[in-house]
Design a protein around this ligand. Sequence first.
Ligand SMILES: Nc1nc2c(ncn2[C@@H]2O[C@H](COP(=O)(O)OP(=O)(O)OP(=O)(O)O)[C@@H](O)[C@H]2O)c(=O)[nH]1
Ligand SMILES: [Mg+2]
Length: 423
Amino acid sequence: MELFNNEVAENIEQKAILVGISFGRDDIENSMEELKNLAEAAGATVLDQLMQNRDKVDATFYIGKGKVEEIKNVAEFHGANLIIFNDELSGAQIRNLESAIEMKVIDRTALILDIFALRANSRVAKLQVELAQLKYRLPRLTGLGKSLSRLAGGIGTRGPGEQKLELDRRKIYKRVSDIQSLLREAEKDRETQKVQRKKHQMPMVALVGYTNSGKSTLMNQILEKYESEGTQVFTKNMLFATLDTSVRKITLDKNRIFLLSDTVGFVSKLPHSLIEAFKSTLEEVVDADVLVHIVDSVNEKYEHQIEVTNNVLKEIGVVDKKSIYVFNKIDLLKNEIYTKYSYIPISAKNDIGIDRLIDEISQLVFTDLKKATFVIPYNEGAILNEIMNHCETMEMKHTNDGTEITVVADIIIRGKYQKYIKL
Ligand SMILES: Nc1nc2c(ncn2[C@@H]2O[C@H](COP(=O)(O)OP(=O)(O)OP(=O)(O)O)[C@@H](O)[C@H]2O)c(=O)[nH]1
Ligand SMILES: [Mg+2]
């Protein structure tokens, strides 16, 4: 396959021009800024951006024909070698744009998938990303521009672990079904864990939020401060540092044990194929009793990022779940934030506000805890032991009828030993 003149090597610097349509909405600037951050996260240098105000996508070119000419001129002027569109394009649009502009064209979806491919570390994450990439490609194969060709290289052609993405339709179908069955296998392990969890009646709390807001840092701070099982998670100042879900058990006291999960961060217009592929990873969020929504309060676009996160949550079917908004990174803030959201200010990194957050979480998830006094006959030592193992003991004395013990008990213990409860 012939290459474009200005695109010869695999590792050539990706010099990009961004193009977006406003669709009559005023958040186009936020969206374009996100696109810029995404492009940079994928290793590209952004030279310029062009926006067009129209209500509808053009079926042939996505943007108006006149604008295509302008893009070509601007791109040539800057010496760009890549055009990135802010929305998902069809195969035909990619092909038409590439032949008109004579340059590699990719869309926001391919870009996000590319970053996920770069970041995927675990076996499951790699499979999920590859599946999403193949599903994105399948309907675009006939229109497949030079951009996605194996020869072109660079953003949009990279699979997880540096592997080249498959181009042959038959092979793609086969690979898709192989990956699906491998993922189903992995799913079985998770199902077993889920059953265990249900059995132990442990409440689930999920950390959610825009990418880079500090979810993993908060997870680590909580792991450090409270009795917990499991290792620290990976954190880094970059988009999509976390792709896998990690679940850790946090023990506040005998009564109050919960599971905390940290997962992939969100960004607007997350590709549908990606959400599909990551459904099982996001299950912890769907199943959670309480969400802790982490906001990067230093980012001036934080309200937009909250909306984006809430929209993705809606897309995965999470509505009306109990949530706590947490404004993170307050160590970097000069002034208090005034917003319609009621929030807990914290610094995950510097351990500010974490105790209060844990308190609020605790009040939301351990709603069935009540003080109760049991009188356990002396010949029922095993029951006394069980109660003491499961509940925080407040008082204990020996009476003629047995051991009188006052504890904070959950509904299960209270129900099970109701007949011993002192009224
Ligand atoms: N100053 C400051 N920096 C923080 C704080 N919390 C997190 N960070 C930094 O923010 C960056 C992102 O943190 P992560 O914990 O990786 O963010 P995340 O939300 O898990 O990001 P993704 O996994 O990419 O979605 C890192 O450089 C952290 O050190 C904080 O309270 N204060
Ligand atoms: Mg993270």
